[in-house]
Ligand binder design. Structure first.
Ligand code: ATP
Ligand code: MG
Length: 225
């Protein structure tokens, strides 16, 4: 599904070029649940931003389902991103002034669907993450775990081909983390959603099918048992 070939990524810091991704070669197959680990500053978030089409400023080739993405113009990439990827972040990134229902509905409206048509889809997706009763609440009225479940519902609503989760449990306690991981694992196992998750917690690798290690910008993929 995803293939990175000889990706190099630099950040400009003043006159200096910081080499952040170093000759990265990586394949992710449909149905994989990839856990990305590595020290702070090693390039994990940079890597998933490239994978999720958020960053196209790199050298090398990105093939998605066999098509070269790295040469496309930004407008085309945004259109592909909206249809293809869902994002879950540590800080949830929900819009605080909108209800949970509206937050989850938003990607559908971006895709040009009318509000009336989306109601049922939004409700079904909220049910899937156990938030059927919480649609009318504001994010501030939910617990951290519930907010993350709302963020997962928002990531799922467009039926993305894969989901990028950058430390999705980083702000949650252990029990709540397990609950979120169970939801992600069910999506992976029952619905075949491909998942790419950054985590600092080695215990969470038990939910993954593969481990990717990022050390000083270099990347290695390993199969889990
Ligand atoms: N926008 C930026 N401009 C300049 N340097 C950056 C930028 N973003 C990240 N970096 C640098 O790139 C390197 C990799 O950062 P990245 O955020 O990918 O690390 P990470 O592995 O996700 O770390 P963490 O585990 O702390 O989240 C770091 O040295 C960081 O300082
Ligand atoms: Mg990071």
């Amino acid at each position: 599904m995803i293939e990175l070939k000889h990706i190099n990524k630099y950040y400009k810091v003043g006159d200096f070029q910081l080499h952040v991704l170093k000759d990265v070669n990586l394949k992710i197959e449909s149905g994989d649940f990839v856990g990305i680990m590595g020290p702070s500053g090693s390039g994990k978030s940079t890597l998933v931003n490239v994978l999720g089409f958020l960053d196209s400023d790199y050298e090398g080739e990105y093939l998605f389902e066999g098509n070269l993405i790295s040469n496309l113009i930004d407008k085309k990439i945004s259109a592909i991103r909206n249809k293809t990827v869902g994002f879950v972040f540590q800080e949830f990134n929900l819009i605080e002034t909108q209800t949970i229902f509206e937050n989850v509905q938003l990607p559908l409206l971006y895709n040009g669907q009318t509000s009336r048509k989306t109601k049922e889809i939004v409700q079904t997706t909220l049910e899937k993450v156990g938030l059927a009763e919480k649609g009318n609440q504001l994010p501030s009225q939910l617990s951290g775990g519930q907010r993350q479940r709302a963020a997962i519902a928002r990531a799922l609503i467009n039926h993305p081909k894969f989901i990028i989760a950058d430390e999705p449990t980083g702000a949650l306690d252990t029990a709540t983390s397990r609950n979120i991981m169970t939801i992600l694992q069910e999506l992976n196992q029952k619905e075949g959603v491909t998942l790419v998750m950054v985590t600092h917690d080695p215990n969470l690798l038990e939910y993954c099918t593969h481990k990717v290690e990022v050390i000083d910008g270099r990347v290695r993929k390993e199969e889990r048992l």
